[in-house]
Design a protein around this ligand. Sequence first.
Ligand code: FAD
Ligand code: FES
Ligand code: FES
Length: 472
Amino acid sequence: MDTIVSFFLNDKPVRIPPGTSPTMTLLDWLRGPGRLTGTKEGCAEGDCGACTVVLERHGRRMPVNACLLLLGQLHRRRVRTVEGLGGAHPAQTLMAESDGTQCGFCTPGIVMSLYAHAQEGGDPHEALAGNLCRCTGYRPILDAIARLPPEPPSCGQDEAPPAARFETADQVFHLPNRLADLLDLRAADPAAWLLAGGTDLGLRVSEHRERPPSVICVQNVPDLSAIESRPEGLVVGAAVPYRDLLALCEAEAGFEPLRPYLGRLGSRQIRSLGTVGGNLGTASPIGDMLPPLVALGARVRLASRRGERVLPVEEFLLDYRRTALAEDEVILSVFLPRPPAGRLFVVEKLSRRHDQDISAVAMAATLDVADGVVRGARLAFGGMAATARRAEATEAALLGRPLAEESFAAAAEALRLDFSPLSDWRGSAEYRLAAAGGLLRRLFWRAAAKDLPHDVMSVPAPHAPAFAAGTA
Ligand SMILES: Cc1cc2nc3c(=O)[nH]c(=O)nc-3n(C[C@H](O)[C@H](O)[C@H](O)COP(=O)(O)OP(=O)(O)OC[C@H]3O[C@@H](n4cnc5c(N)ncnc54)[C@H](O)[C@@H]3O)c2cc1C
Ligand code: FES
Ligand code: FES
């Protein structure tokens, strides 16, 4: 079993001296003991991208936020910082030639996003969504991206990391690599932080400067990292990052609407680390994965030393950030039933900004229509209650009604029976009810026309009243 954190930094091996906190963020280590100050700290909460570095895994480049990544998570991994590009990578030279190098604070992070994008490709706007620039704008940076020569992924395959345990005088960080060990560790220490990608938990370290006595990291347990497509649906391991789920959804019959929706969950940096298991574990009322899971009738598989059990996601989510997870259990995977051909599946997210923003309201719906009549509807909303949940009165108001705008407008009135949303800085209660009603009407237009694009622009919330209790 490994006892010292070691990783490759810009192709050179690094061993972290014993006694260093395994929950120190990579950003703090780089700018402190690592003496590499090219990586900057802007927000320390995963939003601004100034700290972007690239994890190189299985020959692929994943941009990540160094302010959220903990040293223990890096064990045996490969990290590249802006210093590791040598000054002459096209991501750097093209930024300079296109006048994309604006301020020294954001530029290193932007360069690292471009370095990852050169290999990963896709939508340039999506590649930059996790890098905030508040000076002269993105156009020259997009010019640089447009000229970026694509680089093929290398065909490297990393070795499976051995089990590890890093201990200091006041902390222990476990990195099990077998399910049985994970379950033993969980049973022995139910108060330990169960860490997946750390895009929620990492904030407690980077922002709130917490120093957890005990952490169990699930990222290296193969049972939680598998993703499988079956005719009847998708089995997604709890530790699968959104990035992999998103790539799978692109080509999966029935799940296509999840692609643009997940493309707006955080940024590429967040999606490289954040997991579905983490979204379920946090159980935030505005967790974006939760409405689609509830609408699809997804089932979550839980495991402990006592055995396994399977629960519908809507029974797993109990209340505000409260779930049915027992203290000795872990989330193993979630099963997403495949919507059959002919069933409409829609997911919508309304947020103040299109990218890298938390939802004010999210809706996921499945709709079955036969002979012009609504025969089945599952409507799940986020941001409307203490947890994502179904709008049962609204569903009932739709059932048996003709597929007509009036039916959906009438059903929208029933939303008031289902929800009494809170007001906060993302939207007032009235805004949320009106927005949810609007989404319902749009569901009609999708069902009637079937040709609306899956991606919806964010709609700015009208003036919200003074900040009341948060829903996050
Ligand atoms: C900048 C930024 C933007 C974000 N944007 C969005 C967004 O647009 N939409 C959105 O929904 N979320 C967003 N998030 C929140 C976060 O990315 C998601 O909630 C993500 O799914 C958390 O996954 P994780 O693997 O990082 O969880 P972690 O932080 O590792 O864990 C979160 C919780 O889940 C528990 N947990 C993790 N794995 C397991 C398991 N296997 N079994 C039991 N419990 C487990 C942990 O103990 C912890 O309580 C954002 C976060 C940041 C920092
Ligand atoms: S410092 Fe802003 S995202 Fe990390
Ligand atoms: S590059 Fe830093 S604010 Fe624009």
